[in-house]
Write a protein that binds this ligand. Structure first.
Ligand SMILES: C=C(C(=O)O)c1ccccc1
Length: 364
């Protein structure tokens, strides 16, 4: 496993290893206000052995919320709360990015400002659930509400929300931002023809369907710079009721356009962790041929799979989700060839310390 433990330069920062912590929704933030809580600083600081921590999906506006307990990055109170988290991670020598999120149609009227309908490229309901919070703090899954289609004139304000969120994340001390364009959320809803039936310049051809994601990338890069910006995509998979199985040409177009932006990293979430088809070597070769920059892969990876694909030059790093939930010292365990703790899914989306900050390290 030597490839996994060789440094990797991402933008202007060199990561000490290629074992990244994937963005993981954990729903521990305080409502009302979508404010990170102090327990989150302990949780992230426990995991500083990761070459880079990509913190959980964080909504850029109240409208971008689809899960009760998910944090925001649109208010000063949230910025201050995130600052304590990035300080805790940096104090222990770690690096941390924030994933900028707008759920689009994967939401519910009860989570939306003034009980409004969620917004999306078209008024097509997602075949998936949104998540509310019961009085005891436990998650309650409800069918996503039918969205309203965004007016063309509203898109400039949406792009401004991403720009402002980027400024807030930089002020909160993050080392990077990662634009969430994967998993059936807003930017992915625009990319996929199944969810995007628009007849304006944001719908129809893949050039039009990719337009919003690329305008968001350009606004975020314009606010910070390319060395501090990544993007997560989930090509040819099935996520949150959205299927792009077979849409390889769409994926290749998007990746070519992203390569021109010379971002810090491209993060690809592979579908087989969520029941979709596994990537073929041909598809991986196709991605690499179009994207010479840093590629981070994710989706049910093991250390061995990551090592093999890094050695083959098809990826540069891997992000680990559920293993990092259960193993704060995952990178150290990989290096030592140690056994891994098993995750306890019953605590993935609850509100307390149990199943969050109480997983033991090897030393324990
Ligand atoms: C932000 C998520 C994603 O990217 O899939 C998410 C949200 C809730 C539960 C699991 C994952």
């Amino acid at each position: 496993l030597d490839k996994l433990f060789t440094p990797l330069t991402v933008g202007t920062t060199t990561l000490p290893n290629r074992v990244l912590m994937a963005p993981l929704t954990r729903l521990r933030s305080r409502e009302p206000g979508d404010v990170p809580v102090p327990l989150m600083a302990e949780y992230y600081a426990q995991r500083v052995g990761a070459g880079l921590i990509i913190a959980e999906a964080t909504q850029i506006s109240p409208q971008g919320k689809g899960y009760a307990g998910a944090p925001g990055i649109y208010s000063e109170e949230q910025v201050r709360a995130w600052q304590t988290i990035t300080d805790a991670v940096h104090a222990k020598g770690g690096r941390i990015a924030l994933q900028l999120w707008h759920v689009g149609r994967v939401s519910h009227t009860s989570l939306q400002p003034d009980g409004e309908a969620p917004v999306a490229p078209s008024a097509i309901a997602a075949k998936t659930n949104a998540t509310l919070r019961a009085d005891d703090g436990s998650p309650v899954r409800v069918p996503a509400s039918t969205p309203r289609a965004l007016e063309t004139a509203e898109l400039a304000d949406l792009i401004e929300d991403y720009r402002r969120a980027t400024d807030n994340a930089r002020r909160a001390g993050f080392d990077y931002v990662e634009i969430h364009a994967a998993h059936g959320y807003l930017l992915h809803q625009f990319l996929a023809s199944e969810s995007n039936r628009r007849t304006d310049q944001y719908g129809g051809s893949i050039e039009n369907r990719a337009r919003l994601a690329l305008e968001v990338v350009d606004a975020v890069v314009g606010e910070w710079d390319a060395d501090h910006v990544g993007i997560r995509i989930s090509p040819i998979g099935v996520f949150n009721g959205l299927s792009e199985v077979g849409a390889e040409d769409d994926a290749f177009y998007l990746v070519e356009q992203l390569a021109r932006r010379k971002l810090a990293f491209l993060h690809v979430s592979e579908p087989d962790w969520a029941g979709g088809p596994a990537y073929t070597d041909a598809f991986r070769q196709g991605l690499r041929a179009r994207y010479p920059g840093v590629i981070v892969a994710a989706g049910g990876y093991t250390a061995e799979k990551a090592e093999t694909l890094i050695a083959a030059g098809l990826i540069d790093a891997a992000a680990f989700g559920r293993p990092y939930i259960a193993n704060p010292d995952l990178a150290e365990r990989f290096a030592a060839g140690a056994e891994l703790n098993a995750p306890r899914p019953e605590f993935f989306y609850t509100t307390g310390a149990e199943g969050y900050t109480d997983y033991p390290t090897m030393a324990a």
